[in-house]
Design a protein around this ligand. Structure first.
Ligand code: SF4
Length: 298
């Protein structure tokens, strides 16, 4: 298989076949992201993709799910993605689903008819790092869209029958606005109803623009305890019809996962219990204490 540069996948794609169709990220400009630093974006040559599919057919002929690499494989034109799907289906007879990372801008470049054709071809579960429901936080992260655009594009996916998962970065608005951030994040997730919501904390990676922003005092990091409080507040406000809540990334101080709405209270209880291990943050001293709907509501 051809894997060049950085290759990543969401934790829940551990058993998917990873097929490299692009290298790097076509945006590669988010202020917090160090994943593809120094890597130039490129599209994999078709003969490499064909060779990898042929190899997969030999070594994993029972493959049921494929994850397309790398940072935003959904940037490929619909026609190209449909070609990949056709080749995969021909070579892997038990294949059911194809997914990958997608950005909001990748959806906007496709027509409604193309989105529907992609759904019909087996694309399912694009992982989208929407990150935040607040416009100024999206701007500070340099995501390249506002929340109205994100909402519009995600609703288009729903209309096309293309289920997706959403990544939310908890604590991205800093500790002073954690209540506001939790509410804004819950609002966009409730409105767009992803099949999975993935939460992880904002962490400052060395060499990123965010590191300089933090050092200059333009961004204040939350403590682990504050992060957990925001995660709980977000979770409490979710009104999901049927959704996996996934918070077991290695960066989550307290790893929890379950199905919403059924497991909501159990997840909140687990987070509250786990939070006791993070004494660096005393609830009583938090500026949000006592606000309507915050921690005191439980
Ligand atoms: S879109 Fe994703 S992979 Fe690309 S720079 Fe932003 S966070 Fe990193």
């Amino acid at each position: 298989m051809h894997y060049s540069g950085t290759t990543i996948r969401p934790p829940y794609e551990a058993y998917s076949l990873l097929l490299q169709v692009t290298k790097g990220c076509s945006h590669n400009a988010c202020t917090f992201c160090s994943i593809y630093q120094g890597e130039r974006f490129s599209v994999s040559p078709w003969d490499e993709v064909e060779a990898d599919i042929a190899e997969a057919a030999r070594i994993r002929p029972d493959t049921k799910r494929v994850f397309l690499e790398n940072g935003d494989a959904f940037c490929l034109p619909a026609e190209h993605l449909l070609e990949i799907a056709a080749k995969l289906k021909k070579s892997l007879p038990r294949l059911r689903e194809i997914s990958g990372y997608a950005r909001i801008q990748n959806i906007a470049t496709k027509t409604d008819a193309e989105l529907k054709a992609l759904a019909d071809a087996g694309f399912m579960g694009w992982n989208i790092g929407i990150e935040s429901g607040m416009d100024d936080v999206l701007a500070f992260m340099n995501k390249g869209y506002d929340i109205a655009t994100a909402r519009e594009q995600l609703l288009r996916l729903n209309k096309a029958g293309l289920p997706f998962s959403l990544n939310i970065i908890i604590a991205a608005a800093g500790p002073e606005r954690m209540v506001e951030h939790a509410a804004a994040n819950a609002a966009i997730v409730n409105e767009t109803q992803p099949y999975l919501v993935f939460v992880s904390p904002l962490h400052v990676d060395p060499g990123t623009p965010l590191e300089g922003m933090r050092d200059r005092g333009e961004f204040v990091e939350s403590t682990l305890g504050q992060y957990i409080d925001e995660e709980i507040d977000f979770l409490r406000q979710l009104e999901m019809r049927d959704c996996i809540f996934f918070g077991t990334h290695i960066s989550n101080p307290v790893g929890v996962a379950g199905r919403l709405p059924h497991d909501k209270q159990a997840l909140i209880d687990e987070l509250l219990e786990g939070k006791a291990e993070f004494p660096e943050y005393a609830l009583d001293s938090h500026p949000s204490k006592g606000r309507e709907g915050f921690i005191t509501g439980w």
